[in-house]
Design a protein around this ligand. Structure first.
Ligand code: NZQ
Ligand code: ZN
Length: 379
């Protein structure tokens, strides 16, 4: 089997690395749009620091700070129109996965007049010149900084779609764990669950074991399992935050599948309709669904669950160990506590099958009936 590893992103990692942003941006182009969320970067003072640094490096920057969590098609289109009007060379995404994914959408949609939705549906292609992308994550969670995927929601139809495009690889990603120090407990825990799921889903659904891939995946999962409780105990623990940031950048990128292994992130496919329909936080949806998704998968992958227990938690039962860990980090959740309604489960299950074609790669049939059953078992 031939595997291709292609990651054309310069990754600059480390506490204090944010100071490199201005000079990296200057090398790319004189006109930029800075894409971020509506509150946290302004509140923490990071936005002022970044705008000042870009100005000092001669980069004429316009700030677009309207990105909401679970970013909408309409927000991306609004940002794209502004970027197009300014004729930017560079799009900078500063924030969590929502801001970074919106920045990715703006890179594509700013090259034409069509909505980003048409790019998601692969009905149109980016027109040259395509602006370059710099990403600066401020949460250890999505890993958007090291992949060419994005997740954007068409709010009118509640369709939350994952899509990939070569132009969505950042030219430069600057991962500064110091930026995550201002993140409170809840979003820190939600982000940690997201990182863990990015790896455990692929690990448990892999076609067969590959020693290098297993080594990378088990190490990355142990890093999250051990570092997250340390961070939750002391939010300003920069060493533990740094370990969490490394795990985040690796977990949803090709790095984690080096060595030829890797399966399908099917739990993500059935979570996205929940955050699409109810605008809940992605990490909460994953935490609520994980145990039932695991129990549904167990019969087809008993040996992988045993390896998970033994090599990640040092316990015999990988599912019980995972549930204990979720409890320890305050993320043992039920769908009813997240406002999910039984009446809409069938609709969401059909939406999952429609919007996540990779469900067919699950080691056990994951059709609408099975998805609905997992929702029901997580209620
Ligand atoms: O809204 P703002 O002001 O930005 O505040 C944010 C938001 O309220 C706040 N925040 C961010 N950095 C902070 C901070 N608060 C204090 N200090 C900081 N340093 O945290 C809140 C959550 O931010 P958000 O970006 O929504 O969270 P996350 O990073 O978990 O991203 C979630 C989005 O990423 C997508 C999800 O579906 C969801 O839309 N994903 C993207 C992926 C990808 N591109 O590869 C993969 C993931 O599986 C995920 O699906
Ligand atoms: Zn995720």
């Amino acid at each position: 089997m031939i595997t291709t590893f292609h990651l054309p992103t310069k990754i600059i990692f480390g506490p204090g690395s944010l100071a490199r942003l201005g000079e990296e941006a200057r090398r790319i182009g004189p006109k930029a749009i800075l894409v971020t969320g509506s509150r946290s970067m302004r509140k923490t003072g990071v936005l002022d620091r970044v705008v000042h640094d870009l100005k000092a490096n001669g980069v004429d920057t316009l700030t677009f700070d309207k990105v909401e969590s679970n970013p909408r098609v309409s927000t991306v289109d609004e940002g794209a129109a502004i970027a197009r009007g300014k004729g930017v060379d560079l799009v900078i995404g500063l924030g969590g996965g929502s801001a970074m994914d919106a920045a990715k959408g703006i890179v594509l949609a700013s090259t034409g007049t069509e909505s980003i939705w048409h790019y998601i549906k692969a009905e149109v292609e980016a027109k040259s010149p395509v602006p370059s992308l710099i990403l600066v994550p401020t949460i250890a969670a999505s890993g958007s900084e090291a992949n060419n995927g994005a997740v954007i929601t068409k709010w009118e139809t509640r369709e939350k779609m994952v899509f990939f495009n070569p132009y969505l690889f950042a030219r430069v990603s600057i991962i500064d764990p110091e930026l995550t120090l201002t993140l409170p407990e809840k979003p820190t825990a939600q982000g940690g669950v997201d990182i863990f799921c990015h790896v455990v889903e692929s690990y448990l659904t892999t076609r067969k074991a590959f020693p290098l891939t297993d080594g990378i995946m088990e190490t990355t999962m142990r890093l999250v399992v051990e570092s997250l409780p340390q961070v939750l105990a002391r939010l300003d623990d920069i060493e533990a935050r740094t370990r969490l940031s490394w795990a985040s950048t690796i977990a949803c990128s090709q790095f984690v599948e080096l060595g030829g292994g890797g399966g399908a992130r099917t739990l993500h496919g059935i979570e996205h309709p929940l955050s699409g329909y109810y605008d809940i936080t992605h990490g909460d949806g994953l935490a609520a669904l994980l145990p039932a998704w695991m129990r549904y998968t167990l019969p087809a992958k008993k040996e992988r669950f045993y390896s998970l227990g033994r090599n990640v938690f040092g316990e015999a039962d990988g599912i019980l160990a995972t549930e204990k860990w979720l409890e320890k980090i305050g993320m043992k959740l039920r769908l009813q506590n997240l406002g999910i309604e039984i009446e809409r489960m069938e609709d969401m299950a059909n939406c999952a099958v429609r919007t996540a074609p990779w469900l067919r790669h699950h080691p056990r049939l994951l059709d609408a009936a099975a998805v609905r059953q997992i929702y029901q078992d997580s209620y």
